[in-house]
Every structure is written in C-alpha cells, then in structure tokens.
Design a protein around this ligand. Structure first.
Ligand SMILES: NC(=O)c1c(N)nc(OC2CCCC2)nc1O[C@@H]1CCC[C@@H]1O
Length: 326
C-alpha cells in the first residue's frame, strides 16, 4: 500500500477506535468485544510504525505520553475556578433559596448534581483538539497536567466543534480502582491512600504519564469556562450540549422546579449514595438560567447562584461507633 492508502486506512481506524472508546468509557455500552478493539488498535499501531509521519496527536495510540516531565507548568484560569459555599441541612437550603429568589427578583429553576468527590480540572479544546488540561489549583492559577489527563479514556482527544471551548469537571477514581490500588500498595508495603479523592489527586500529580495511565481514572464534566461562541441560556442546556460533543456528564443530574423538589432529590441520594460506583460528598444545587446566575454574581470565593449540600461525614459516624464498641 502507498502512503495515500495508508493515510486513509489510519484515518478510518482512528475514527473506529475513538468510537469504540466513546461507547466503552463514556456510554458504558461497548458495541464490540474487547478482542475487536485490541485487533483494530494493533492494526493502527502497525500502520503508524510503518508510516510515523502519519501519526497525529489525536490518535488513540497517543494517549500515554512518552518520557516523564520534570515539573508541571503553571496555568492561569482566565475565568476563575471557584469553590462552593456549603449547606448542612434543610434550613440552610431554604435560606439559600430565599436569598437566590430575592437576588434574582423572582422564581428560579434549579439543577441538582451529585457532588463527585475528586479533583476539579479544566479541559481546553481548540479547533476540536484537546490542547490543555489543568488542575483548579487556587482557583486562578493551576498546574498543566495535560499529559496525565490525556490518559483518561473517557476524555475525548478531539471533539466535533471547531470554536474554542473550555469545560470543567471532576476527575475521580472509581471505588473499584481505589480498592485494587490500595491492595497493591499494601502488597508492596507502601502507604495506602486514605480515600479515592487523595488517590485521584496523587495520580494526576505523577510526573510520569505512564503511572497515571494505570490508575483507571475517570471524569464527569459539569461546567463551561471560556466559550466565545456560547449562546445557550441555561446550565441544563450546557450539560446536554457537552454530552452531544461526546464529553462525559453525570447521568443523575436533574432539573428541579423549586426548593421542595431540590430537598426531595437530596433526600433520595442520602439513601442511594451507597449504590454508586464512585464517591460523592454531597449534592450541588445551581440556578439553571444563566442570566439569573449573572444577576446573582459571586462572593470573593464562590458563586451566589450555587451551593453544596454536604452529607454528614461517614468517618465521623463510624469513629463514634468504634469508641462505643471498643
Ligand atoms: N464536585 C462536583 O461534582 C461539582 C459539581 N458537580 N459542580 C460544581 O459547580 C461549581 C463549580 C464552580 C461554580 C459551581 N462544582 C463541583 O465541585 C466543586 C469544584 C471546586 C470545588 C468543588 O469540588
């Protein structure tokens, strides 16, 4: 085959493997057995070895970078990555609702999301390519961890939108991966991680992407940062749009017409939390309309249009039992 034909074959394989990857890691609905995926990946690797000039950054073969880097570059967040104020009970939520309706000058619709217990990150796509991945850091300056975020299979290396867009979400370590990692660490006499959040943060701060690639990290995207071409009018439309772009959003988010429905959702998940394959430490409640978010604005550290309902810390409860039982 000549270079022309090799390029056509490589392009076809990249699209096919990226589709398989999306089905498996984003939709959790693989359409082919692993053997088919492995076969196509080997075909791609063979063709790229024969025609290295045809290797592109967005090839599925390029997820795990080469040599470790010696330090992370700093990244300035043009739009700050804020934190969230906390609510600890129903009264706090109703007070939040009163403040919000007062400030917005009328009724508001909310979006409730599970509060993923991981590490907040930002992903930048330009010309459809993933060009930068960064930690939240202190909200205005984070660390460039692009090489590590590229190893997360549920993060697409390219999307079907040319205009620049920055999306934000929580990188996390699923429970199963956390337990397996700690078992391996104990096996090697190493200090285990205290919880999946620390394990995810520790994995994304590895200077060698080959280590991050083995940690089975995942991500849920929940927000948009910079997006010149953005014309949507609500947060819920943004979540739908990100999903259409092939970005992984959490399937449990829900629009709530008023604070009573928010409280229903919160109580539902206090019970159902244990069924999840990843850890959450609460529920995030956001005003849905972007114009009302704009009106409400921010305090120094967090938006006035969002709050985190925090579940009571489980450790505290178990400690209590330990004391009584011992
Ligand atoms: N951890 C989460 O699942 C989560 C979420 N689902 N949604 C938000 O929206 C915030 C971000 C800034 C304004 C609203 N934040 C989340 O986590 C935040 C990020 C930084 C501190 C918290 O972990």
């Amino acid at each position: 085959m000549n270079e022309q034909q090799a390029k056509a074959a490589i392009d076809q394989l990249k699209d096919k493997i990226n589709q398989y990857n999306h089905e498996y890691h984003v939709l959790d609905k693989p359409s082919v057995p692993d053997a088919e995926y492995d076969k196509r990946m080997q075909e791609l690797l063979d063709l790229e070895a024969a025609y290295p000039q045809l290797i592109t950054d967005d090839s599925p073969s390029q997820r795990v970078g080469g040599e470790p880097i010696d330090a992370f570059k700093k990244v300035e967040h043009t739009i700050p990555m804020l934190s969230l104020a906390n609510a600890f009970g129903e009264e706090d939520l109703r007070a939040f609702d009163r403040r919000v309706r007062e400030g917005a000058g009328g009724d508001v619709t909310y979006v409730c999301e599970l509060k993923i217990d991981g590490l907040a990150v930002s992903l930048k796509y330009e010309d459809g390519q993933l060009v930068q991945g960064a930690t939240r850091g202190n909200g205005t300056v984070g660390e460039d961890i692009t090489t590590n975020l590229r190893t997360i299979r549920s993060i697409p290396l390219k999307i079907g939108q040319k205009e620049a867009i920055e999306v934000r979400g929580e990188a996390y370590m699923p429970q199963k991966s956390f337990l397996a990692l700690n078992a391996a660490k104990e096996e090697n006499g190493e200090e285990p991680f205290a919880n999946p959040r620390n394990a995810a943060a520790g994995s994304l701060r590895q200077l060698d992407p080959r280590i991050a690639a083995k940690r089975n990290l995942d991500i849920f995207l929940y927000g948009v940062g910079q997006w010149e071409a953005g014309t949507l009018s609500s947060h819920s439309e943004r979540l739908d749009y990100m999903q259409k772009l092939g970005l992984k959003t959490n399937p449990e988010w829900r629009k709530c017409a008023d604070i009573d429905e928010v409280i229903e959702y919160v109580n539902e998940w206090v019970e159902k939390r244990a069924e999840l394959s990843y850890e959450i430490d609460g529920i995030v409640i956001k005003v849905d309309r972007l114009d009302q978010q704009e009106t409400l604005g921010f305090t120094a550290r967090s938006p006035r249009w969002a709050i985190a309902y925090k579940f009571p810390a489980e450790e505290a409860i178990t400690k209590l039992y330990d004391i009584e039982l011992s």
